[in-house]
Design a protein around this ligand. Structure first.
Ligand code: 8YV
Length: 322
């Protein structure tokens, strides 16, 4: 009998439960060493594969997609973001592309809140004092941060993650403002105040949390001119993509005191981030762990597999992007 299970190139080591299901439902080419493949290796390993299950660490730009073998019919990404995949190039080659929305909204919103709190309450400096045994004193004016409770939160991109962040922020009595390409329905807004332009939103944002995708339009969306529109002493948080922020402008504003602090989980050129961030005491930095919970990484894998299995059983995948 001819084997009908699709051959799937899985570029990164996935959670055990996901790999078990992969072995049951597909013929996976796994990466137990979890080495990040070069483009050449990826193209080589894709020979004869029916599908690729990449993470955001693989750049599937037009040239890579153009070099994939004809056998590849689907790219089911283990990510909600898809800035690493050229959708148009994939469409032209008849390759279906999917992502994993919804299942990581809670985990990513948790990290946004952690960054907000950590940046505002100087968690990096405090932790450093403890770890380096340099904590010498307590005083009423020592290590003063700024309070999150009751402040205004500006959300850039009120999609799935932005909406969960707004909901959690209400638990801190924050007044939620947002900018989105279009206004969302009143029941989803839940009292959040819509601003038709980013320029309108910024002056209302004591805290600014970025949740828009990285596209050519949003590249360096947070630049020097826009940072200048934030209230003095604002806190900027990014759990979306580094490309949305102009690093030099953000670092300059953190040094000048225009901004009180920044909490960042995503960066340009990860993991070789702009060294300026590391040198500043008022940055609270995490290594792209927005969706890194056991529950969520399982759910992302299963969602990618649901999409894959739909495609190879002739059904429309739930999360088709192109
Ligand atoms: C993932 C993310 O960890 O899903 C995304 O877009 O940024 C992260 O939460 C990563 O992309 C996995 O490929």
């Amino acid at each position: 009998m001819q084997e009908s299970r699709p051959v799937v190139l899985v570029t990164r080591k996935l959670p055990d439960a996901v790999e078990e299901r992969l072995r049951r439902e597909c013929r996976p080419r796994l990466n137990p060493q979890d080495r990040v493949y070069t483009t050449e290796e990826l193209i080589d390993l894709a020979q004869g594969a029916d599908a690729i299950l990449p993470s955001h660490t693989e750049q599937l730009n037009a040239s890579v997609i153009g070099s994939l073998p004809d056998s590849v019919r689907a790219i089911c990404s283990f990510s909600v973001g898809y800035d690493h995949i050229d959708l148009q190039a994939a469409r032209e080659r008849g390759i279906v592309v999917t992502n994993t929305p919804d299942v990581l909204s809670d985990a990513t919103a948790e990290i946004a809140l952690l960054l907000m709190l950590g940046a505002a309450r100087r968690a990096h400096e405090g932790a450093q004092l403890i770890r380096t045994a340099t904590w010498r004193e307590w005083s009423p004016t020592y290590q003063l941060g700024i309070q999150v409770t009751g402040k205004r939160l500006g959300i850039v991109g009120m999609g799935r993650v932005g909406q969960v962040v707004a909901k959690r922020a209400r638990g801190f009595d924050m007044e939620v403002h947002y900018h989105n390409r279009s206004r969302i329905a009143p029941d989803l807004e839940a009292g959040a105040i819509y601003h038709a332009t980013l320029e309108d939103l910024l002056p209302h944002s004591d805290f600014l949390s970025i949740h828009c995708p990285a596209t050519p339009d949003t590249r360096h969306l947070l630049n020097a001119e826009r940072i200048a529109l934030l209230p003095d002493g604002a806190v900027v948080v990014n759990t979306a993509r580094g490309a949305v922020v102009d690093d030099d402008a953000l670092i300059h504003a953190l040094i000048s005191g225009k901004l009180f602090a920044a909490g960042l989980d995503v960066f340009n050129n990860e993991p070789n981030i702009h060294p300026g961030y590391r040198e500043l005491p008022n940055t609270f930095l995490l290594p792209h762990i927005g969706s890194a919970t056991r529950e969520t990484r399982d759910a992302m894998g299963f969602r990618a597999l649901d999409n894959l299995s739909a495609i190879f059983s002739g059904r429309e995948p739930r999360d088709r992007l192109n």
